[in-house]
Design a protein around this ligand. Structure first.
Ligand code: COA
Length: 336
């Protein structure tokens, strides 16, 4: 029988600085009413300028290791859209700072689907015998790539990190990742994009005149992204449920990517899941992209929503376009 990846620990971290809708309304043409009614977001956390994605990843990763009661992992995977540097990857330095030794470490770039992709990658490494224990971290500092002139993205995206420890175990154990569904559609890459800073348009972040070119900022076409997010997350979730053999009504908690509460409710409606079975923490943390799913899991755990034995369905959607889903039965763990 193949080796399963089993959830053994969970840790989360958000930077201390809270940015409310009112704070944003003072800086740009928006309002608390618009942001709440169109997205469900009331506040978010943005890191101080001296804090990078790797710093948040170390905090969340350390908490996940503590939650798992181990310091012994042999692979670190960091999912992020906002790495510390274009080169090298963020994961090796995070592993070094956590004192994990000369372990394998790499990043995954799948934007808001990054954490689901990273869990699938870690599960593959465990199944193949490449690793026995993996630290999977989703971490972001979107505040670094948001265009302060773009109210459509500035009100949505935010900073934070979440991490899990996955260990080798039996597919029948609580906490085992039961299946994975991953997909992409690169024909729509321009819907969510940072145009410059890569090999197509290499450029420094700041020009000689001291201004930052708009192409170095994150850009999103909100309306089509909304439609694709609903369609893809619903279809991927259904594929996953079929693979696992669960009906939508038997799912205790839907932990979807925290992009917009209207997207989460539309996915729940399409699946035939009760809306009150949807975990929502975006009201307090905004859209934290690759950190979104573990932050939502951690929030649900800390609010006492998750009971051992609960059926958890996770689904994400993001730039690429990319999407993915996985599921597990909630194990006995103490989240950090
Ligand atoms: N404050 C006030 N008004 C705003 C605004 C803001 N922050 N952002 C946009 N608007 C305005 C627009 O300019 C537009 O004005 P107009 O009608 O005069 O042209 C109006 O509000 C409606 O904009 P629109 O983009 O059509 O709104 P929407 O209902 O589609 O909501 C999003 C915009 C971004 C919230 C929504 O499209 C969305 O959530 N998309 C998915 C985004 C996401 O979560 N992506 C991550 C997935 S990985």
């Amino acid at each position: 029988m193949s080796r399963a990846a089993v959830l053994a620990g969970l840790g989360t971290y958000v930077p201390r600085r809270v940015v409310t809708n009112e704070d944003l309304a003072r800086a740009m043409d928006t309002s608390d009413e618009w942001i709440r009614s169109r997205t469900g977001i009331a506040q978010r956390h943005w890191a101080q300028p001296d804090t990078a994605t790797g710093d948040l990843a170390v905090e969340a990763g350390g908490r996940a290791l503590k939650s798992a009661g181990t310091h012994d992992v042999d692979l670190v995977v960091v999912a992020t859209t906002t790495p510390d540097h274009p080169c090298p990857a963020t994961a090796p330095h995070v592993a070094h700072r956590l004192g994990l030794g000369p372990v394998a470490a790499y990043d995954i770039a799948a934007v808001c689907s990054g954490f689901v992709y990273a869990m699938a990658s870690a599960a593959g490494a465990i199944a193949a015998g490449i690793a026995d224990r993996v630290l999977v971290i989703g971490a972001e500092t979107y505040s670094r790539i948001l265009n302060p002139e773009d109210r459509a993205t500035s009100v949505i995206f935010a900073d934070g990190a979440g991490a899990v420890v996955l260990r080798a175990g039996e597919p029948s154990e609580p906490g085992a990742l039961l299946a994975h569904d991953l997909g992409s559609d690169g024909s729509l890459k321009d819907l969510i994009i940072v145009p410059a800073g890569g090999s197509r348009q290499p450029t420094g972040a700041v020009t000689a005149s001291g201004t930052r070119p708009a192409e170095t900022y994150f850009h999103m076409e909100g309306k089509p992204v909304f439609r694709h997010a609903v369609t893809r997350m619903a279809a991927s979730s259904q594929t996953l449920l079929d693979r696992v053999g669960w009906t939508p009504k038997s799912v205790d908690w839907f932990v979807g990517h925290q992009a917009n509460v209207r997207i989460l409710h539309a996915v729940a409606d399409q699946l035939g899941l009760a809306r009150d079975r949807t975990v929502v923490n975006l009201d307090r943390v905004g859209n934290t992209s690759a950190a979104s799913i573990p932050l939502a899991l951690g929030d649900a755990a800390s609010r006492g929503l998750l009971t051992p034995g609960d059926r958890i369905l996770m689904s994400a959607f993001g730039g690429g376009l990319t999407w993915g889903s996985t599921a597990l039965v909630w194990p006995e763990i103490v989240a950090g």
